[in-house]
Write a protein that binds this ligand. Sequence first.
Ligand SMILES: [Zn+2]
Length: 331
Amino acid sequence: MSAELYPWFERQWQRLIAQQQADRLPHALLLSGPAGVGKYDFAERLANLLLCHAPLGSAPCGQCHSCELRQAGHHPDLIRIGPEGVGKPIKVDQVRTLIDHLHSTAQQGGYRVVIMEPAEALNTSSANALLKILEEPGDRTLLLLVCHQPGQLMATIRSRCQRIDFATPSPADASAWLAETLGLEADRAEQLLRLCHGAPLRARQLYEGDLLEQRKKLMTGLADLLRDRVSVTDLALQMSKFDLLQCLDWLNSLLSDIVRMQLAGLSEPAVNPDMKRMLQALAKQASSIKIFALADRIQEERVSLMLRQNPNRQLLLERLLLQWSGLARKT
Ligand SMILES: [Zn+2]
């Protein structure tokens, strides 16, 4: 088995293959673009191809010793690096271990590939340590930095990589793929994509994982909060176990629905049609000052989460929920 090549990345793939066949691959690639569109699988696929001893065109053979090692999950020349937990940084010790590994071990007769994701999790000291590898990576070594927020990456790192940009696929491509992959009706696929800013892999994850369940609990909780059926503290406690960035995103999507309904006098929410009644009520009651104040707060919390400032999750949620519950109040 090899990582899937998504049809919307065909152009980037062909260009890299041409580079590889001309023996002009750089030492480091920065795979940059929004989360959930398939950059990591692209990196895996490239790694699989480069490690294979007998590739069939631009696909790994799946049968050579190198492919067997990889499929068994312990190929010594394929190194994956990431934070030890969601929201944690990639530590300088991890990068130093990588440097030692690259300097001390012999290759299996082919490429050596490092996949780092998300590269924006490098902090200043680990990024500085990584610069050493980027300057002298060693022969036939490729670093693949998968990055969702290239602006957060040190400029000196960015400038030493060849950058490949990955955009969100067109809604038609994304929904066709999602509907086929999950065996869904087109409507349902489109609805899932709307909840994920059009990112198809994120939508698949949403469908397959417990994220949809989290969203349902969040939405029920928010509606209950407006009707004083749950306290801010209890709901915050429940949500503190959820994917926090995702929760902020969903909260934000509710606010955009309300604003669009107010501005255009629409009766149907575009992103969250399942929350129509709650959103219709809020579109009537909530002042735009309160809505934009909450949207600003969400944005601030997003940034602090992405900068990994490790906020107190319970407190963060309580503040947001308090503001949410105030949307329907007159004062
Ligand atoms: Zn092979």
